[in-house]
Design a binder for this molecule. Structure first.
Ligand code: ADP
Ligand code: MG
Length: 238
């Protein structure tokens, strides 16, 4: 049976692309309010697993459970309404609209009756209050990533999935995204963060899942994972 404390659980989830098994019988669980990092070499199946959870892809086999319900056949937009938000690897902002207007787009999906103050609150949280009227296309890469996380938080998700949120960022930008994730997690939001940058993983998360060749290879605290010689070898084999 399913773990009672799990907010997310995949059960035997498998994805074939033609002859290739990208995700192979994976049981992946995230507890309520947990911040879990998903790591592994290129091609391990991390992004595919995330897209099976969000509904961008349908599994060849297996089930995805969220908040006690079976989502396997639920369309992606309904999963968002159920409390599952995602920020994909590539940016999904509206460059011609201002920062504030970008935040108002997801807010219009909600039953929020004071969009102005909700926008303001999120602007403060993502530290872009002074850029509210700036076209999103004029923001730095790090600011754009914070904006997109902010857009996802306006929906007040139970679980947020982030695919490589600090790729290509400066040290300062990376630190500001780490602070944002930690502060949202302190308020109770669960996270799955796919990341390559081990320094970043160390700053945000204690629990790590290692994916390799479509399967869960190791799970545990970051110190154990980093000290594991078999884990080091799968990275060297890249
Ligand atoms: P990761 O995110 O860990 O780098 P991916 O999930 O992107 O890995 O990819 C896992 C494997 O599945 C890779 O071998 C990749 O080439 C393959 N793959 C991913 N998406 C597709 C697709 N749409 N069609 C065919 N193969 C794919
Ligand atoms: Mg990927």
């Amino acid at each position: 049976g399913l773990d009672q404390d799990a907010v997310l659980a995949t059960e035997n989830v498998t994805k074939h692309f033609g002859g290739l098994t990208a995700v192979d019988s994976v049981d992946f669980t995230v507890a309520e309010g947990e911040l879990r990092c998903l790591i592994g070499p290129n091609g391990a199946g991390k992004s595919t697993l995330l897209e099976l959870i969000t509904g961008q892809l349908s599994p060849t086999k297996g089930h995805v459970y969220f908040d006690g319900i079976d989502l396997t056949d639920m369309p992606a937009h309904e999963r968002i309404d159920a409390g599952l938000s995602v920020k994909f690897q590539s940016p999904h902002i509206y460059e011609g609209l201002t920062v504030a207007q970008n935040l108002q787009i997801p807010l219009q999906r909600t039953d929020c009756d004071d969009i102005r103050s909700a926008t303001h609150e999120t602007l403060e949280e993502i530290e872009l209050a002074d850029r509210a009227d700036t076209p999103a296309g004029d923001l730095s890469h790090g600011q754009q990533q914070r904006l997109e996380i902010g857009m996802a938080t306006t929906l007040e998700p139970t679980l947020m999935l982030l695919d490589e949120p600090v790729a290509g960022m400066s040290v300062e930008e990376t630190a500001s995204v780490a602070d944002l994730i930690r502060s949202l997690n302190d308020d109770g939001m669960a996270f799955v963060v796919i990341e390559h940058d081990m320094e970043f993983v160390r700053t945000i998360s204690d629990q790590v899942t290692v994916l390799n060749q479509g399967s869960i290879f190791r799970q545990g605290p970051i110190e154990e994972i980093e000290a594991d010689e078999a884990v080091q070898r799968i990275y060297l084999g890249e």
